[in-house]
Design a protein around this ligand. Structure first.
Ligand code: FMN
Length: 719
């Protein structure tokens, strides 16, 4: 079944006329229905004779920038290192969130993880304003917890003149959060505070500075926000209260279910070892495992049914890039399923704020995904939601306990996905991520255990083709995930994996060559054969409990890798026969890929439209992280990470041939206007300029270095 071929056949190439022609192919029917058989659209423009060169984006001659003396040559640009981009590096959204919820501007955590040297400078106020006065009128501070020992400023006037930089002029000087929420959660620290404050004269003749709400009335301090940064996030769900994180950190949370299950699992693992992996010298009599087998103390509860189909394009889990504001933008543009950034199990169990912050979702992510199909027995679309979380764990106890904790404390989860693809050394060497591809029996135990404690939340896995380029192991693994290990399947039944996503690359391969869609297609075909195996097994399984199997026993299968247009998407659904496609880098480079899929057509977005997405990111970033110095510069930092991919987009109107490919790099080119040229810049200083259009001047000392610096194959990646 294994194949070394690199791709399924790409759809026929089109000669590209202009974007308008492409945009005009409107239809009333949803693309998911309309495009069952994809006919490439050939605009009626005479083809131009330019040969397509492998790896090079075919830019129309009139947009190429040709250096003197280089006429007729195509200069191939540097390789972009996506492996480095994918690396879990500090600082991440986790760090941002940790600082934010620590009352803003408190002690900064030491950089952890890879790429520690990537610093961004510091950007807190010159003088820290004490939380006791941060959201109150001048004369009504709250009691300061630290009393005389407090080293924060308590004098609002002094803070406004000396403690911080002056207000921003972007957004017309009006606070975007006030406009959105009717009040500003950042209080006096807001960098647009002059738009929601005034000085009033009290009856006793004293002048007091007060904060205002959107109607111009005095905002009460409870309206304004609180000391726990979490409280102030409007439109955000899955906020876990501080006291629970403290209980976790002090080991005061009981994991009754997990412990019962793990006790059984240890005994069962020992039993399995004895009877199935008998070592030389083992004296025990070989008794039938079946005879010795004891039922686990917990049976999985009935799972909420999920659905993946051609109308549900999926946004991949993306460390750093897949932050809440970005996911929100993608949902707005048509992403039907979203994943949190990968969170590590152990820090979640230790109550670490940074990892719990990754579990937050925007309210738009808890709406049901699209569902066009005929009714599916047991699937209730109105109870379904878009947001899923992804965890990494290296041993069953971490996976099981993490699942129990998430199930207990997070009210809005579509499913819990276990990362079995992360290739970064730190994760791999600990036995998590892609190391699980070579520890399949352990992974099966993890998934069974997770299922036992996850109540109605389905469990899924994201895998790669294998660890090494010369040994693809994914097909063996999907069989195990669908039916259970061969030796146990007739006793235990299926492990209950509700869906598998296969990234068509190996750990060793990283992003060096194209994703292997032939292998993905073969795997999809293989999975189809499992249902027959299942029904023949049904007679032999001790207790066939359909009830306990997710989706009535159906395991959904998603393909992943290099999807860059609706053409790729529908090609994979129709020809590789995957249920849906997960999109990673394609969504960061052009988040409107989801809109293209929905409409079933190319969308030649103008530079102005693309800039509007950046503006939205600025607004969503401030809503998530605040409009104060810290929040603004987190927004800037993640905007720059976003821009490091976004500027890789080559407008399709500039291309000689379609479909565009994510693996093609453009030679130097100019855009159709100055803004388009700016949005194609590879220079991070230009990205900072773009950020300044919305977030004002970057603070002195602000630094940014993209993770995927050209040619730096420091190769650290996560999926
Ligand atoms: C910046 C970046 C961060 C990623 N983070 C994760 C992650 O946290 N978890 C995961 O399973 N995969 C992660 N991946 C892998 C993607 O989910 C996806 O599998 C991979 O990029 C291939 O899809 P694509 O070709 O559409 O980008 C990451 C990839 C990138 C580029």
């Amino acid at each position: 079944m294994e194949s070394q071929e690199t791709t399924t056949k790409r759809p026929q190439e089109e000669v590209n006329g202009n974007g308008d022609a492409i945009n005009d192919q409107q239809s009333q029917e949803p693309a998911s229905k309309r495009l069952r058989v994809e006919e490439p659209v050939v605009p009626d423009v005479a083809p131009q004779k330019t040969l397509r060169q492998k790896g090079v984006a075919p830019i129309k001659a009139e947009y190429l920038i040709v250096a003197p003396g280089q006429e007729g040559k195509v200069v191939i640009p540097d390789v972009v290192d996506d492996d480095a981009a994918e690396g879990r590096t500090a600082p991440t959204t986790q760090e941002a969130a940790a600082e934010e919820s620590s009352g803003k501007g408190g002690k900064r955590k030491k950089a952890k993880g890879q790429n520690k040297e990537r610093t961004f400078g510091t950007f807190s106020d010159a003088h820290r304003l004490c939380n006791s006065v941060a959201w109150t009128s001048e004369f009504s501070p709250r009691t300061c917890k630290f009393g005389d020992r407090c080293n924060g400023l308590h004098d609002i006037r002094k803070y406004l003149t000396e403690g911080r930089r002056k207000d921003l002029e972007t957004f017309g000087g009006k606070c975007p959060l006030l406009e959105k929420f009717g009040r500003c959660p950042s209080g006096w620290r807001c960098l647009f505070v002059t738009s929601h404050m005034k000085e009033v004269t009290r009856e006793d003749g004293r002048n007091e500075l007060i904060l205002l709400d959107a109607s111009g009335n005095e905002a009460t301090s409870s309206e304004n926000g609180g000391e726990d940064g979490d409280e102030i996030q409007t439109g955000v769900v899955n906020i876990v209260p501080g006291n629970i994180k403290i209980d976790l950190s002090r080991k005061r949370v009981n994991f009754e279910k997990s412990e019962k299950y793990l006790e059984w699992l240890n005994k069962d693992t020992e039993l399995t070892r004895k009877y199935f992996h008998k070592q030389k010298g083992d004296q025990d009599e070989l008794v039938d495992y079946r005879a010795a087998y004891i039922e686990p103390p917990l049976k999985p509860s009935e799972k909420r049914r999920i659905y993946f189909g051609r109308e549900t394009p999926v946004l991949a889990p993306l460390t750093t890039q897949g932050n809440l504001p970005f996911r929100r933008l993608c949902v707005e543009l048509g992403a039907q399923v979203t994943y949190s950034e990968m969170a590590l199990g152990l820090p979640l169990l230790q109550g670490q704020k940074a990892d719990w912050a990754l579990m937050k979702a925007h309210e738009s992510e808890i709406t049901p995904p699209c569902f066009d199909g005929p009714p599916i027995e047991g699937y209730d679309n109105s109870k379904d939601l878009k947001f899923s979380v992804q965890i990494a764990a290296n041993v069953p106890w971490v996976a099981v306990k993490t699942t129990e904790t998430l199930t207990r404390f997070l009210p809005h989860l579509r499913l819990i996905d276990i990362n079995c693809g992360c290739p970064i050394d730190m994760i791999y060497k600990s036995g998590a991520g892609s190391a699980l591809l070579d520890a399949q029996a352990k992974l099966e135990r993890m998934i069974r255990g997770m299922n036992a404690v996850s109540e109605d939340i389905p469990i899924t896995a994201k895998i790669r083709m294998g660890v090494r380029d010369d040994k693809f192991t994914a097909q063996k693994l999907v069989e195990r995930l669908a039916l259970g290990g061969e030796e146990l399947r007739d006793v235990l039944g299926a492990p209950g994996c509700a869906a598998v996503t296969l990234h068509g690359r190996t750990r060793q391969q990283r992003y060096k060559s194209a994703a292997n869609w032939s292998y993905i297609a073969e795997t999809a075909a293989l999975i189809k054969t499992f249902s027959e195996k299942k029904s023949s097994l049904a007679d032999t399984i001790r207790e066939t409990e359909e009830r306990t199997l997710p989706n009535g026993g159906r395991m959904y299968f998603l393909g992943n890798g290099d999807c860059y247009s609706h053409i790729d998407y529908f090609d994979h659904v129709d020809n590789a026969k995957v249920d849906s496609v997960m999109i990673g880098r394609g969504a960061i480079i052009k988040p409107w890929i989801f809109e293209e899929i929905e409409k079933g057509q190319y969308l030649d977005k103008s530079a102005t439209e693309r800039l509007q997405y950046i503006e939205k990111f600025a607004r969503y970033g401030m809503e998530a992280w605040g409009s104060d110095e810290l929040g603004l510069n987190y927004t800037r930092r993640f905007m720059l990470e976003f821009l490091s991919f976004f500027t890789r987009y080559v407008p399709i109107g500039l291309l000689e041939h379609l479909p565009p490919s994510i693996n093609e790099r453009p030679p130097a080119y100019r855009g159709r206007d100055d803004l388009e040229t700016l949005l194609a810049s590879k220079d991070y200083k230009d990205w900072i300029k773009i950020s300044e259009m919305f977030l004002g001047p970057a603070p002195p000392g602000f630094k940014f270095q993209p993770k995927h610096k050209s040619n730096s194959y420091e190769i650290e990646a996560e999926g």
